[in-house]
Design a protein around this ligand. Structure first.
Ligand code: CP3
Length: 333
């Protein structure tokens, strides 16, 4: 069993394991070097030689307990034939959504488009570097993907009213997402992913009374599916106001918390394993502050099954030496 599996399945509370969201990415010079010669982000994700290499880059530097496959949650709409581009200093830009085309997509076509992602996972799983470490596959939660597919770029603080105008369209998209997210999860697991994380980056945009329709029910369907394949599932409903309710209804194996929630109340209220929390901006400060802030999380969760991680992804401006310090510190705790 890997340290992460022991924390999740055996509820072990000693030797806190650590991995970081966006541990492979722009803060690493060796990633920027590859990125420089590969301006098309989607193509990079679909190059199994390079994407597997990028996945392993942080493991060569730091004693992390997991690799997360280098891909993106927006590979799913790409697989469904919606145009997806990543623009420098802007982020993702999606093309128009055509529901008639979307309902026509079949599984074979979808799998053919995303095949390099699965090949990349397979490649990573065969490396010695991954011995005794977890290999994390992931998907975007249906709600967050719906936001991107309709809004076509990252939303600002709130969604426009017209987002919810066509309820029928939303229903159709959610059904299609449920089907293809399960296919995507199954393929990642078949090719070597042994933990699945579901990213709901825009969970915080919804009011409490919209949660059952857009978050609880669609996510529960995926969580139950991952569990049926005997693989643990981590959910990250970023920005949600009531993590306790979320855990009671969705019941993931692990919940990742964001940096706005109070970790003390989480440790008291939530009785499933917890992951994450530390504000990634702390990695932009100095060693003594990093030590203080990281110790806070380690101390609060010392008697709780806990996987060290951040409250969101590593920022591009981060100095890799700060990451090195953090990983060593968690290992020495
Ligand atoms: O190391 C890892 O975490 C694995 C790879 C990974 C990426 N994206 C690579 C990536 C993962 C797990 C994701 C998830 C993802 N993608 C989420 C959920 C987590 C979150 O950040 O909230 C979301 C919302 C996306 C969509 C997305 N992809 C956005 C909004 C952006 C632009 C903003 C940014 O951070 O640049 C991306 C691009 C992206 N995905 C990059 C990487 C390494 C940067 C691309 C580059 O090199 O320019």
């Amino acid at each position: 069993m890997t340290p992460i599996q022991e924390t999740i399945l055996n509820k072990k509370t000693t030797n806190t394991p650590i991995w970081l969201m966006r541990q492979a990415g722009r803060y690493l010079p060796e990633f920027r070097e590859i990125r420089k010669n590969n301006p098309d982000f989607i193509k990079l994700c679909l190059n199994e030689t390079l994407s597997s290499e990028v996945t392993l880059q942080p493991l060569k530097r730091f004693e992390l307990d997991a690799a997360i496959i280098f891909s993106d949650i927006l590979m799913l709409p790409y697989g469904l034939n919606q145009k997806v581009e990543f623009k420098k200093d802007f982020g993702p830009q999606l093309g128009d959504l055509n529901i008639e085309d979307l309902v026509k997509i079949n599984e074979t076509e979808f799998l053919k488009k995303l095949d390099p992602v699965y090949k990349s996972i397979k490649k990573v799983s065969e490396q010695n570097l991954i011995n005794n470490k977890s290999l994390i596959g992931f998907v975007g939660a249906p709600w967050t993907l719906l936001v991107y597919m309709i809004n076509k770029h990252s939303p600002k603080k709130e969604l426009e009213k017209k987002f919810f105008e066509n309820k029928n369209l939303i229903k159709k998209i959610l059904l299609i997402l449920d089907k293809f997210l399960k296919i995507h999860i199954e393929q990642q697991i078949k090719n070597g992913a042994n933990v699945i994380q579901i990213f709901d980056s825009w969970a915080g945009l919804l009011d409490e009374n919209d949660l059952p329709n857009y978050i609880y029910n669609p996510t529960l369907s995926l969580v139950d599916y991952v569990k049926s394949l005997s693989v643990p599932v981590i959910c990250f409903p970023r920005g949600i106001k009531n993590y306790k309710n979320y855990c009671d209804v969705v019941n993931p194996d692990v919940v990742n918390i964001d940096y706005d929630v109070d970790p003390i109340s989480i440790s008291k209220l939530i009785n499933i394993p917890v992951q994450g929390g530390l504000d990634p901006k702390v990695l932009l400060t100095d060693i003594s502050n990093l030590k203080k802030q990281a110790l806070k999380y380690l101390d609060i969760f010392k008697d709780h099954p806990y996987i060290f991680n951040l409250g969101h992804g590593v920022l591009p401006q981060t100095n890799p030496e700060m990451v090195d310090y953090l990983v060593k510190m968690v290992k020495d705790y």
